[in-house]
Design a protein around this ligand. Structure first.
Ligand SMILES: NC(=O)c1ccc[n+]([C@@H]2O[C@H](COP(=O)([O-])OP(=O)(O)OC[C@H]3O[C@@H](n4cnc5c(N)ncnc54)[C@H](OP(=O)(O)O)[C@@H]3O)[C@@H](O)[C@H]2O)c1
Length: 264
């Protein structure tokens, strides 16, 4: 009986402590909340930031204070030429901090919003959104694929604006729609390696995206939501974290809207 318990622990502990997930845009909002939730569930976290290093370091500090392990790396998801050297930085971090070579999860979360009607969108604005929301996740996933272990999980952050047309965010929503399709294709091609890929489509969430929401807009969105409020970052983080663990182990190639029943 005593030996049986020891055997179970030996199997369980490495599984729990050696799973490292990488979350882009983990310095704020949904990404930061996901980093904290994954750490609470026993995963190691590499989070990236674009410009807000101090906020990323604060998330790392909170994870460490809670008994977890985390590291923060700088990354511009809009600059695919940097991805090879970023992979090198990830490899170094994995070996130095966790003495491992592999990732168990990738969350393509980094992003920004832009409000501009189709009539006035510039080519530079269009390209900027495309680079961060579609090209970035495509080539970042490609660059990190050699580090993903068998049975890993990838989550791509899309948006309910791909289902419900919302005036002023056309290129953003179109690229999120593209990322949703890409998620299905990734699931198809990576299935051989038992890597799952899902899209998570938040509704309106209380973050700084696009400058945040004013009271009036928040009230409108809450009135259009069956559960009567807008979402909090934690509402989305719990779903992403579930998809990253074996609790979500049989969910694959799905797009999951996390929006409290927005315009149904
Ligand atoms: N909030 C919503 O209502 C909502 C709804 C649907 C979908 N989403 C999607 O959910 C994801 C997270 O959004 P959020 O609301 O949490 O946004 P947020 O609070 O504004 O945080 C954005 C994060 O992305 C990072 N980032 C921005 N541009 C980047 C770039 N070029 N390269 C690398 N990182 C970059 C930021 O880094 P720094 O802190 O260093 O700037 C930050 O960590 C996004 O993909 C967004 O489109 C959000």
């Amino acid at each position: 009986m005593h030996f049986a318990i020891v055997e179970v622990l030996i199997d369980y502990v490495p599984e729990l402590y050696m799973n490292i997930v990488l979350i882009t845009g983990g310095s704020r909002g949904i990404g930061a909340s996901t980093a904290l939730e994954c750490a609470r569930r026993g995963q190691g976290v590499i989070l990236t930031y674009h410009s807000q290093q101090a906020k990323a370091e604060e998330v790392v500090r909170q994870i460490v204070a809670g008994g977890g392990k985390a590291a923060a790396l700088q990354l511009d998801v809009g600059d695919s030429r940097s991805f090879d050297s970023f992979r090198g930085a990830v490899e170094l971090t994995l070996s130095r901090v966790w003495d491992t070579t592999q990732l168990a999860g990738l969350v393509n979360n980094a992003g920004y919003g832009l409000f501009n009607p189709i009539e006035t969108v510039t080519e530079a604005q269009f390209d900027g959104l495309m680079n961060v929301h579609l090209k970035g996740p495509f080539f970042l996933t490609q660059a990190l694929l050699p580090l993903m272990k068998q049975g890993a999980s990838i989550v791509n952050l899309t948006s309910a604006t791909s289902r419900v047309a919302t005036a002023g965010v056309a290129p953003y929503a179109a690229f999120k729609g593209g990322l949703e399709i890409l998620s299905k294709y990734m699931a198809k091609e990576f299935g051989e390696r038992r890597i799952r890929v899902n899209a998570v489509a938040p509704g309106a969430i209380r973050t700084e995206l696009g400058g945040g929401l004013n009271e009036e807009f928040e009230a409108l969105l809450a009135s259009q939501t069956a559960l009567g409020r807008i979402g909090e970052p934690e509402d989305v983080a719990r779903v992403i974290a579930t998809l990253l663990t074996q609790d979500g182990g049989w969910i694959n190639a799905q797009s999951i809207e996390v929006a409290g029943g927005y315009i149904i």
